[in-house]
Design a protein around this ligand. Structure first.
Ligand SMILES: NC(=O)c1ccc[n+]([C@@H]2O[C@H](COP(=O)([O-])OP(=O)(O)OC[C@H]3O[C@@H](n4cnc5c(N)ncnc54)[C@H](O)[C@@H]3O)[C@@H](O)[C@H]2O)c1
Length: 354
């Protein structure tokens, strides 16, 4: 696909992942419009582009029925990332808020079809996979795309909304011919990431010299943390190569235990606190790792960033850009909240993440 001059809308483009996607699209010459209500996204993530006038920015709420028809007008490709979303604590503790994504996605897809947009690329998630198959960390399990099927068992209302959006897009293609692709992102990390996701939470705890150093669960949870640069390259390839609403995993196949990531953060930051496990806190599935063979064959995509390298460079970013007092003051609340959401209820200050 020739991106030069392509009219592209990125919903949620001020977010962690969205802003990296905007960087990559601008680099390819696309004409980028962003819509974001800044509920967790930050304008500063787009600052160089805003200053240079390279991005058309609309601060608007996609839950307002008037927004989607306005912002999709004249667009050729839509990358749909806007969502009520946070890390594990948020997804477990904010069911109703995450359910609003059902309405948001439905309105956006309808407006895209009415405006005859060429293609919608959707930010789906590993949370669409059935929870009941991800319980045993000793099992060498790689989730393949077709494992999402009856009996469906998505991860909280957040996961159900992602699943419904995927299914809606497939139906739109079958019944009405609207092209689309769904990218199932797996636990994304990297610069501009939020503390409500595990990797940034660990780095933040090391940064503020937390002692005892809290880890949610028993540390045995297995994840395939995937660097944001790989997520962005896969998402753009999906836009170029998938038309029929197929869903594809974007995730590494590195199996890493939470405790191993914690140990590396502590080693790298030269810090030796006592580690305290909190099994009562939300952990999500014990064993979630993608199979990425489909992305390899369909998109010719392969993750480039090895986890331990990406972890260290992300820690470098965090340590260089944050203020210790500020992080200490907000860490307990941002672990389970979307950072700037005005309506987010605060949970007990004693809880913390890992
Ligand atoms: N971070 C991950 O590990 C991960 C994993 C799987 C999927 N995803 C998906 O990737 C996308 C981006 O996630 P992210 O991690 O960068 O964080 P994020 O939650 O900050 O991104 C969501 C963005 O949408 C905006 N937004 C929310 N509600 C809106 C509304 N009503 N109107 C307009 N804008 C709205 C937010 O301000 C934010 O910029 C989301 O769809 C998320 O579900 C992320």
């Amino acid at each position: 696909m020739n991106w030069n001059g392509k009219k592209v809308l990125v919903t949620g483009g001020a977010s962690f992942i969205g802003s990296h996607l905007v960087d990559a699209l601008i680099e390819r010459g696309a004409a980028v419009r962003v819509v974001d209500n800044l509920s967790s996204g930050k304008k500063e993530n787009l600052q160089p582009h805003l200053i240079a006038g390279r991005v058309e920015f609309h601060e608007a709420d996609l839950l307002d029925p008037e927004t989607a028809p306005k912002v999709v007008k004249g667009m050729e490709i839509i990358f749909h990332l806007a969502a009520d979303h946070g890390g594990r604590g948020y997804v477990d503790l904010h069911q109703a808020a995450c359910a609003t994504n059902l309405a948001l996605d439905g309105m956006l897809f309808r407006a895209a079809r009415e405006a005859k947009v060429e293609k919608v690329v959707y930010a789906s998630s590993g949370c669409v996979y059935p929870n009941h198959i991800q319980t045993d960390p000793s099992q060498i399990l790689y989730l393949t795309e077709e494992m999402v099927g009856p009996p469906y068992d998505a991860d909280n209302l957040y996961g159900w909304a992602k699943l419904m959006a995927e299914m809606t897009l497939r139906a739109y293609y079958t019944d009405w011919g609207m092209k689309s692709a769904s990218c199932r992102y797996f636990t994304v990390y990297g610069p501009r990431g939020h503390e409500n996701h595990a990797v940034i939470a660990m780095i933040a705890r090391a940064f503020i010299r937390q002692d005892p150093f809290v880890v949610w669960g028993n540390g045995e949870q297995i994840r395939n943390w995937t660097h944001v640069s790989d997520i962005v390259s896969g998402t753009i390839l999906a836009a170029e190569k998938i038309d029929d609403g197929s869903a594809v995993n974007l995730g590494t196949m590195e199996r890493t235990r939470v405790i191993d990531a914690v140990q590396e953060v502590l080693r790298y930051s030269g810090y030796k606190p006592r580690i305290e496990f909190h099994p009562e806190m939300p952990t999500g599935p014990m064993n979630r790792v993608a199979d990425n063979s489909l992305a390899k064959t369909l998109l010719r995509w392969e993750p480039q960033v090895k986890f331990m390298e990406g972890l260290r460079s992300t820690a470098d970013w965090y340590f260089a850009s944050k203020d210790r007092d500020q992080v200490s003051a907000i860490l307990n609340s941002v672990l389970t909240e979307r950072t700037t959401h005005p309506a987010a209820p605060q949970i007990a200050a004693s809880s913390s993440a890992g």
